[in-house]
Design a protein around this ligand. Structure first.
Ligand code: ARG
Length: 396
């Protein structure tokens, strides 16, 4: 189905049609119907639709919502996008009156609303997933007790620290990621409905009515901006990407620690994978793939920003491409959060003691406590370590 046949002299060219239709947006089905139910309420409140018309449309949309939830919505390849599919289905269920659903609305404000509703749900899920992983890290920190490892700078042993301190460093960066998601909600939970195609509508609709039905605390300030902007999508994608970058660093640590050379941690058999050639191998593939997913997310974030960069205001069809990137970064984050939480949960830490040179700074500070200037103490301990090394000995 198409929603715009009237002024066309011929049907769409099949190849061009196939190139322009969207199927990635099928994941917006539930939020699209949620938005339409709120829109119908607004049309009713304005007297644009009569109460009996509102009831029929609500009944039809509720049936579509059940189909969406059961996974039985009848998709048709002939529909241009998810919005068209819902209007087509509504027509099948309630007849011609379905044509009144789109009154005072455009797919431009509709899709902007759908994205925001979808990101609102996803944000809640990501915050929970991050909190779960942070809790696993903090549980492991308690479990390892006072086990001591070296801290590293430049990947060289630096100072003696509790392993718990290192594990909790990852937990703290994750908590900031969760806070960043929550902050982004202030810019996600803004209703663009009422902006219509960008210039608003001449009908006496109050955008506050659907917004309040949807529980969106803020309204668009400018109708062109409402349909043209995808900064909330890019910000959400940044929050996902930033979290994936932190997960990637956690992964890199786990990969190093699970190596024979480090030997700090043993990963559970059920969380590792084998080699088709090397019989002895147990590889930390889930952690490696998390690093890989972070790379994909970085690319997708760049794609989202590039998508908007050269667009004359307001809506342009380029923006249809945003969905693929948005869904992918969010899915990859879901997957990585859950895989790493499992990997860590099954990990057994038993680090060997670090090299004795890690107490070098403590030794220098001991001299400082006895009145030696720090630069002199630094020099003395450095010289001592150098002489011991030449004699094949360590600080012990
Ligand atoms: N499928 C479109 C998208 O994802 C919906 C908006 C279409 N608007 C339009 N004027 N063709 O962006």
């Amino acid at each position: 189905m198409i929603l715009w046949g009237g002024r066309f002299q011929e049907p769409p060219d099949e190849e061009v049609w196939r190139f322009t239709v969207s199927s990635a947006d099928r994941r917006l089905l539930e939020v699209d119907v949620e938005g339409s139910l709120a829109h119908v309420a607004g049309l009713g409140a304005a007297g644009v639709l009569q109460a009996d018309e509102v009831a029929v449309l609500e009944e039809g949309l509720s049936r579509i919502q059940s189909e969406a939830r059961r996974g039985s919505f009848p998709w048709s390849d002939g529909d241009e996008d998810v919005h068209t599919a819902v209007e087509r289905r509504l027509g099948e269920l309630v007849g011609e009156i379905a044509g009144k659903l789109h009154t005072g609305r455009s797919r431009n404000d509709q899709v902007a609303l759908d994205l925001r509703l979808w990101m609102r749900h996803a944000t809640g899920r990501h915050v929970e997933g991050i909190a779960r992983l942070a809790a696993v890290l903090s549980g492991k920190a308690s479990e390892v007790g006072d086990a001591v490892v070296a801290s590293y700078t430049h990947l060289q042993q630096a100072q003696p620290i509790p392993l718990a301190h290192h594990l909790l460093a990852h937990a703290w960066s994750l908590l900031r990621d969760a806070a960043r998601f929550r902050d982004a909600l202030a810019r996600i939970e803004v209703s663009p409905l009422g902006a219509s195609a960008g210039g608003g509508t001449g009908l006496p609709l109050d955008p506050a009515i659907p917004a309040s039905r949807l529980g969106l605390p803020a309204l668009f300030e400018n109708s062109l901006d409402a349909v043209a902007s995808r900064d909330a999508v890019a910000e959400f994608a940044f929050c996902c990407t930033r979290t994936l970058v932190d997960l990637s660093r956690l992964s890199e640590d786990l990969i190093l620690w699970a190596s024979t050379e480090f030997g700090w941690v043993t990963l559970a058999h059920r969380h590792t994978t084998g080699s088709s050639a090397l019989p002895q191998k147990r590889n930390p593939d889930a952690a490696e793939l998390t690093r890989g997913k972070a790379a994909s997310a970085l690319g997708r974030l760049a794609a989202l920003l590039a998508l908007e960069k050269g667009l004359a205001l307001s809506y342009n069809r380029d923006l249809q491409e945003d969905k693929e990137h948005l869904f992918a970064v969010s899915d990859d984050l879901d997957g990585a959060l859950s895989a790493l939480a499992r990997l860590l949960d099954g990990a057994v830490f038993d680090p060997p003691p670090p090299g004795t040179a890690v107490v070098a700074l403590d030794l220098a500070e001991l001299l400082v406590r006895r009145g030696v200037g720090f630069r002199e103490a630094h020099e003395a301990v450095g010289t001592l370590i150098q002489r011991l090394e030449e004699a094949g000995r360590g600080l012990e």
